[in-house]
Design a protein around this ligand. Structure first.
Ligand SMILES: *[C@@H]1O[C@H](CO)[C@@H](O)[C@H](O)[C@H]1NC(C)=O
Ligand SMILES: *[C@@H]1O[C@H](CO)[C@@H](O)[C@H](O)[C@H]1NC(C)=O
Ligand SMILES: *[C@@H]1O[C@H](CO)[C@@H](O)[C@H](O)[C@H]1NC(C)=O
Ligand SMILES: *[C@@H]1O[C@H](CO)[C@@H](O)[C@H](O)[C@H]1NC(C)=O
Length: 393
């Protein structure tokens, strides 16, 4: 028995390391992928107020003179445990390429903790390096990158986020509302993780977020390694992978598992999750969707925030356009949660539930934005409707 398990394991390792996957988009560097589809990439580095160094990639058609790019800047922020490379994992039908073709000046930032970021003095081994949740990503990363792009383009930005980075964009716009309204025209939130309560994915662990926090603390688990997701690169593992993804993130009916999973879950796109980020979401679930700073525990809260409980982010402060987009079978951020966020907002706003017409058949789930086989009908057309609202801004 033991021998069988061991040989199966060895077989899996061999399969994993054999370069049987011929699809170059699985492992090629991001710039190679971008070039292959006819675009070029500029790489701009910024430093945040707390010392993180973040790379942002600006995409334009091959051969464009960068000095002459004049389109409306559109900044697309990647999701949790992913990086900007994951945004170009859908071949020619990737979000950034579509918007470049539509005339936008497209920017892909990377948040702290990814392969495309570092720190002036800390390394991934330092506890302090991982000492952040979406509060800091919003106040520091979104701020630094947005200021850099405004400075380079002289234009206000349209910002688009998915899941974790919607939380960060909402923090930026509610904590620094004057600055945000100077720098951005609005936020398009794909799977907006603001009032997450009806989420299925977080349901069980949300019973004990602070116990998990303290346990992680005792064991020094500052981040969670999601490298295991690269098992989805293997054909042999894909049925299991599909089951787990459908179960926890929702089942998208227009997803070609064989073609997309290897690309999207590629080890190049996998990133560790800061434990604080994960626990902050569990705390949100536990408090029935309260969008608040990380709860360190009473004593440290007192030191950190000057009170026993973590402060809430007041999204009523947001004074830029906010457009929410949810998939009706998204098990991480449900449309019911998005609707609750929508009702709380006081700025110009919209809520789009996908699919929103009979052209896109079937259901839309958490990862459809990166791997739908009918991007035009399921994603691009509905989001283009939203983008029309920005023409006059
Ligand atoms: C884009 O330009 C790069 C070099 O600048 C080149 O290697 C690549 O082949 C070009 N891609 C296409 C599709 O023309
Ligand atoms: C972006 O530039 C930095 C240094 O300026 C470099 O270390 C990094 O490798 C570059 N990233 C990519 C994807 O080319
Ligand atoms: C994490 O940051 C908080 C302040 O934001 C601080 O109180 C705490 O000591 C930091 N912990 C580590 C391990 O750096
Ligand atoms: C949001 O929820 C309300 C009920 O509270 C419902 O009447 C409304 O139709 C929902 N909005 C959308 C866009 O489904």
């Amino acid at each position: 028995m033991l021998v069988n398990v061991a040989s199966l394991y060895v077989l899996l390792l061999l399969l994993k390391n054999s370069h049987c996957n011929k699809d170059p988009d699985v492992h090629d560097p991001i710039e190679t992928i971008i070039n292959r589809y006819g675009y070029q990439m500029q790489n701009i580095t910024v430093q945040t107020d707390d010392g993180y160094i973040l790379q942002t990639f600006r995409i334009s058609p091959n051969g464009t003179n960068i000095e002459k790019i004049s389109g409306q800047p559109l900044v697309i922020w990647h999701a949790c445990d992913r990086n900007a490379r994951s945004l170009v994992a859908n071949g020619k039908e990737s979000l950034p390429f579509y918007y470049v073709d539509s005339g936008y000046d497209v920017w892909l930032p990377n948040i702290r903790g990814t392969k495309y970021s570092s720190h002036v003095s800390l390394t991934q081994k330092d506890a302090k390096y991982w000492n952040f949740s979406y509060g800091k990503i919003g106040r520091s990363d979104v701020k630094a990158v947005s200021e850099m792009i405004v400075q380079k383009t002289g234009k206000k930005l349209i910002t688009m986020g998915h899941s974790l980075t919607t939380s960060a964009l909402f923090v930026y716009a509610s904590e620094l509302p004057e600055e945000a309204s100077k720098n951005i025209k609005g936020i398009i939130g794909l799977a907006p993780a603001i009032n997450v309560y009806y989420s299925w994915a977080f349901k069980l662990p949300s019973l004990l977020p602070n116990t998990i926090r303290d346990t992680f603390g005792v064991f020094g688990m500052h981040y969670i390694d999601t490298g295991f997701a690269s098992i989805c690169e293997l054909k042999i593992a894909q049925p299991l992978c599909e089951f787990l993804v459908d179960f926890s993130f929702g089942k998208g009916d227009n997803i070609d598992v064989g073609a997309s999973y290897a690309r999207f879950f590629s080890k190049e796109n996998n990133e560790p999750i800061s434990s604080q980020v994960l626990i902050n979401y569990l705390q949100m679930m536990h408090s029935k969707g309260t969008f608040a700073e990380y709860d360190f525990g009473m004593l440290r809260n007192l030191k950190e925030y000057g009170k026993l409980t973590p402060p809430e982010f007041n999204i009523k402060n947001i004074n830029v356009r906010t457009d929410l987009v949810c998939g009706t079978d998204d098990k991480v951020v449900s449309c019911k949660d998005s609707n609750n966020t929508y009702k709380m907002l006081q700025s110009e706003k919209s809520l789009t539930m996908l699919p929103n017409n009979d052209k896109c058949k079937g259901s839309v789930a958490h990862y459809d934005y990166y791997m739908n086989t009918d991007m035009k009908n399921c994603i691009f057309d509905p989001v283009d409707e939203i983008l029309k609202n920005y023409k006059s801004l």
